[in-house]
Design a protein around this ligand. Structure first.
Ligand code: SF4
Length: 129
C-alpha cells in the first residue's frame, strides 16, 4: 500500500501463492484491511505505519541495515519516507478522514525543506523497488 502497488495485483498475488488462500477470506483481508482499497468499508483508516510503529510492535529493527530513527537519506528506514509520501500522494482521498487529521496537521507544520527530503527519499526507495 505504501509503495502504491495496484491492490488488485496484490490480491491476485495472494491467491496465486497461497494454497489455502480462499477468496472469501483473502479478499476482505487483502483488498480491505491491508490495502484500504474498498473505500473504507472494513477499516476506518489505512493500516499504514512508519518505522517507529513497526519498531514498537516488533523486534525486527534491531538487526536491520536501515536506521529506524533516521527519517530521510540513504540510511533511513524506508517506511519513514514512504509513510509520508503515501499520505501526500493520496491526500485528496485521506485528508478529510477524522482519524488522520492530526497526522496531516503534523505534515502541515513541517518546513518545505523537510517535506522535500521526505518526498525525495521516498522516490529513491520507490525507484529501488
Ligand atoms: S526496514 Fe528495518 S528499520 Fe525499517 S521498520 Fe523494517 S526492520 Fe525496522
Amino acid at each position: 500500500m505504501l509503495a502504491g502497488i495496484d491492490p488488485h495485483q496484490v490480491h491476485e498475488w495472494y491467491l496465486a501463492v497461497y494454497a489455502d488462500a480462499y477468496e472469501w477470506v483473502e479478499a476482505p483481508n487483502v483488498i480491505g484491511m491491508s490495502q484500504f482499497a474498498d473505500g473504507g468499508f472494513l477499516g476506518s483508516k489505512p493500516y499504514a505505519a512508519s518505522g517507529n510503529y513497526i519498531n514498537k510492535m516488533s523486534d525486527h529493527c534491531a538487526g536491520c541495515r536501515y536506521d529506524v530513527k533516521q527519517k530521510t537519506g540513504s540510511q533511513a528506514c524506508p517506511f519513514n519516507p514512504l509513510y509520508w509520501d503515501f499520505l501526500i500522494r493520496n491526500e485528496d482521498k485521506l485528508r478529510g478522514n477524522p482519524r488522520l487529521g492530526q497526522i496531516y496537521r503534523t505534515w502541515d507544520r513541517m518546513d518545505d525543506q523537510k517535506k522535500a527530503a521526505y518526498r525525495e527519499t521516498a522516490q529513491a526507495v520507490l525507484d529501488m523497488i
